[in-house]
Design a protein around this ligand. Sequence first.
Ligand code: 6CS
Length: 340
Amino acid sequence: MKSHKLLTGAGIGALMFGMSTAAFADNWRYAHEEYEGDVQDVFAQEFKRYVEENSDHSVQVYRFGELGESDDIMEQTQNGILQFVNQSPGFTGSLIPEAQIFFIPYLMPTDMEQVLEFFDESKAINEMFPELYAEQGLELLQMYPEGEMVVTADEPITSPEDFENKKIRTMTNPLLAETYNAFGATPTPLPWGEVYGGLQTGIIDGQENPIFWIESGGLYEVSPHLTFTSHGWFTTAMMANQDFFEGLSDEDKELVREASEAAYDHTIDHIQGLAEESLAKIQEASDEVTVTRLDDEQIQVFKERAPQVEEEFIEMTGERGKELLEQFKADLDAVTEDAE
Ligand code: 6CS
């Protein structure tokens, strides 16, 4: 009786599922980690536009805070409550340790064109990472950079000595904490929601983020000394719940892939010149802000501390991490050699 009931239920489910993919318009839920007009929102809105203009489906976009913190929206996606999520490796690093590769300092070049070419062509990004995400039930659709990381603090930072006794907020992955340990600071991992208040009350003395976010989140108001350290890029990733994705018709799978391509292209256009515009807005809004750009000699002192973070990455991720790192470096070499 029970199995008969189950079969009937499954049959009805299959029927409904078939109908929903073939005949009905679906409403897909998509959450990201940022606010209106920020880079992840630009991506999500373009994805939504493409899906809605090219199908009968609709996409409901949830921004930061509407469904919780970054870890909450990832959990909701893995549980199938959300169909799509944009979560940055800064947070995914605790779920997929290899994603922490983006936090090995001075691995990526500073030149934006080279960085963009790397994301387009890298085997590590486009072939190896999808497999790692799939192990967590996630269909990785795009990885993309948002901007170069800039440190903000209560004083300008030019050397590891300046970082001494400074509590620097990091996203919640262990390798990024290692980077700030290596830089001479006291790393303080926190979710995003606690950063502005933490800086305001002095619980933390500084943090790192791309300039557009320092401007849009008003971080410069409470952490006015900006240092360009050239040590890395804020990278993010957009993905789908894999069971949901695999259950789509071929036509809808293609639609989702094309929409994520369109969103990627649109977002890459959006980030060109964004850092310069955001810095100009910050300088317009505040007389207190200082901008320090480390020179080659100062950068060298921080760079010398990168190998210990790389070793820690291999320690945390083993053979697979080592293979990923080798491919990542080969892909980067290909891009930087092209430029020579
Ligand atoms: O620092 C953070 O936690 C946030 N930074 C950016 C640029 N996007 C979302 C993330 O939560």
